[in-house]
Design a protein around this ligand. Structure first.
Ligand code: NAD
Length: 244
């Protein structure tokens, strides 16, 4: 007899899942983003205007990512995958904390800060030179290297793949995202109509669109609590006790 197919949990994560690891969220009042308006560091125009400033900004953020450690939310998702459930993570984050926790199926919608790429050919990837990218570090075609991240205003190359994953979800878990950045936020519309969707975010009450269950807790509490139920029963469901 054929083995039953394990249920498929698709997880959409945003900056909030890494907040308890010490990486500031995008809209937090403190930290790197507050000192650097997006348009000055994370757009193609900023790169054309002052690539040195953009590189310095990402080099500083990269140091922060290297110092950070995966937290209980990253670890719980990795443990669920290890326990045999199908877990696919679609992250808006450019850090590598899901991978360091042990998750193997991670799709980075907005790229990865720990990688460098050519400015003339996005397929040409390079290991990071000397731990950071400096002006004058060039690809094999002689063009300046840049961080392998997707800036505001750029196309999101893996978006189609992410839509396909979400369309296969038995349950969609959304963690730590304000759902303000497009097209990532529109992924929720690709979930099957009968698949429950839950948002774990301290601001869930205000942020969750209609039809989405709200779990207004920090990721490091809310995600492990859900995962404990799912691991115990080997199925994906919404434990009412948690939502009360
Ligand atoms: P956002 O800053 O717009 O929203 C962050 C969300 O996290 C908010 O809804 C906030 O309520 C929530 N949050 C704060 N603390 C939390 C916690 N402990 N647990 C759970 N949720 C918590 O972030 P976004 O929606 O991901 O969009 C911002 C963009 O900035 C993305 O494109 C992302 O690539 C980028 N970004 C990435 C990182 C990273 O890689 N870690 C960090 C900052 C920004």
């Amino acid at each position: 007899m054929a083995e039953p197919i394990p249920p498929h949990l698709v997880v959409l994560t945003g900056a909030g899942i890494s907040a308890e690891s010490g990486i500031q969220t995008f809209r937090a009042d403190d930290g790197l983003w507050a000192d650097h308006p997006i348009e000055e560091v994370a757009t193609p125009e900023a790169w054309r205007r002052d690539p040195g400033r953009v590189l310095a900004f990402y080099n500083a953020r990269r140091d922060q990512v290297r110092r950070a450690r995966p937290n209980a939310a990253h670890q719980a998702l990795a443990a669920l995958e290890k326990a045999g459930l199908r877990v696919s993570i679609v992250t808006q984050n450019i850090d590598d904390l899901h991978e360091r926790a042990g998750s193997r199926r991670v799709l980075h919608l907005h790229g990865e800060i720990l990688k460098a790429r050519s400015t003339v050919d996005r397929r040409m990837h390079y290991p990071l030179p000397r731990g950071g990218i400096e002006l004058g570090d060039v690809c094999d075609k002689g063009s300046q290297l840049r961080p392998d991240v997707v800036w505001f205003g750029e196309a999101v190359p893996h978006f189609g793949e992410a839509c396909d994953l979400v369309a296969e979800a038995d349950l969609l878990l959304v963690v730590g995202t304000s759902l303000a950045v497009m097209p990532a936020a529109s992924l929720l519309h690709h979930a099957p109509l009968d698949a429950p969707c839950v948002l774990v975010d301290p601001e869930a009450e205000a942020l969750a669109p209609p039809g989405v269950t709200r779990l207004a807790r920090p990721a490091g509490e809310g995600v492990p609590a859900l995962v404990r139920h799912w691991k115990r029963e080997g199925r994906l469901w919404m434990p009412e006790a948690l939502l009360a």
